[in-house]
Design a protein around this ligand. Structure first.
Ligand SMILES: NC(=O)c1ccc[n+]([C@@H]2O[C@H](COP(=O)([O-])OP(=O)(O)OC[C@H]3O[C@@H](n4cnc5c(N)ncnc54)[C@H](OP(=O)(O)O)[C@@H]3O)[C@@H](O)[C@H]2O)c1
Length: 331
């Protein structure tokens, strides 16, 4: 099969098209003929050598999400029949190996294609939807009517979080880097998008709410954002870290955490076991997939590149010129 491999850590040019054997599904896994694969920021970190694949995932083929047609199902250990059969159209969260014509995945991590979705649209969903659900809804316990802030609103995670939280009945706030990106976030459902290059998000939020009003903040920036985030949380509020792009160290006021019973937490999805990921898949299927099929939450695909142009797709993501998701399509 054709696959994009990371020939060595480095710039986008290290991504090269190569021939690799078709993988063989282990017990409990399915083999998918991949039609499209989504790009995510962690793919860039992996290409640069800073985010190695977990055990069991292909070491040099990036790609955390796919959509395609189920080719075969490995026999289950107990001989029982599984949910999926050859020919089913699915999308799936994978631990790596998505930039390829075939990919194996534990069957519980598959979801059906939402109604009327193309493979490219469906491939743009799993990584951000699993991440946002598990962090914002499970870990952060976001409730209808809550006030929610997500940083980086115009990216893959941000555009997903804005839509999911606003459909959930929350007031959503976000930060983004240009007036165009801010408009895009507000069109997706944010009540107010703050251009972080020209406005201080803490000052803007304090202008809107003199008393701290945010129940949940989803942050991937860290560093100097952290004390500001904490000051904006309402009593019992939750700050959830999914990266620390601008600094893994921050000074925080521990007395404020005690006084206002704040929670600082975070997680990484990729290394979690398949039982955990399958559990999120079922929650998404029950709670969010119907909203996708009804058009209440939209896939946001900014650009689609052929597989062999994965390096160009990475360049676009690193330039920050995208709104939402970037997808690769197989030949
Ligand atoms: N922990 C996990 O399980 C997990 C899973 C998936 C992703 N992630 C993390 O989540 C983050 C987003 O991933 P993604 O795939 O959505 O990437 P993406 O599409 O590139 O989005 C990143 C966004 O962050 C914005 N941004 C950059 N600097 C910012 C700042 N100082 N303040 C506010 N926004 C800023 C960018 O907007 P501008 O270009 O306008 O600045 C961009 O829209 C990444 O850091 C990734 O590593 C974590």
């Amino acid at each position: 099969m054709k696959a994009i491999i990371i020939t060595q850590p480095g710039e986008p040019g290290v991504l090269q098209l190569a021939e690799r054997p078709v993988p063989v599904p282990a017990a409990g896994e399915v083999l998918i003929k991949v039609k499209a694969a989504g790009l995510n920021r962690p793919d860039i970190a992996q290409r640069k050598g800073r985010y190695p694949a977990p055990e069991g995932a292909p070491a040099d083929i990036p790609g955390l999400e796919i959509a395609g047609i189920l080719e075969s199902v490995a026999e289950k250990k107990d001989g029982a029949g599984g949910r999926w059969k050859a020919g089913d159209s699915v999308c799936a969260l994978v631990s790596g190996g998505g930039y390829a014509e075939y990919c194996c995945v534990p069957e519980g991590q598959c979801l059906p294609l939402p109604e009327n979705f193309s493979f490219a649209q469906a491939a743009s969903l799993p990584e951000t939807f699993f991440t946002v659900w598990s962090n914002v809804f499970d870990r952060g316990k976001l409730q209808k009517g809550d006030h929610f802030l997500v940083h980086g609103g115009s990216g893959g995670i941000g555009s997903t979080a804005i839509q999911m939280a606003s459909v959930w009945g929350c007031q959503v706030f976000t930060t983004a880097g240009t007036p165009e990106k801010c408009r895009f976030c507000e069109e997706l459902g944010a009540s107010r998008a703050i251009n972080y290059h020209v406005e201080d998000f803490e000052e803007v939020m304090k202008g809107l709410y003199p008393s701290p009003a945010l129940s949940v903040i989803l942050d991937m920036i860290g560093g100097e954002y952290t004390p500001k985030n904490l000051r904006l949380l309402a009593d019992e509020g939750r700050l959830i870290q999914i990266n620390a792009a601008k600094g893994k160290s921050a000074t925080i006021d521990l007395l404020e955490i005690m006084r206002r019973r704040l929670v600082v937490t975070g997680s990484t999805l990729r290394a979690r076991d398949s039982g955990f990921k399958s559990d999120i898949a079922r929650k998404l299927e029950a709670n969010i997939w119907p909203l996708l099929s009804e058009g209440l939450i939209l896939p946001v695909v900014h650009a689609v590149f052929p597989l062999k142009e994965a390096a160009r797709a990475h360049e676009l993501m690193e330039s920050g010129g995208h709104l939402g998701k970037i997808v690769l399509e197989m030949p």
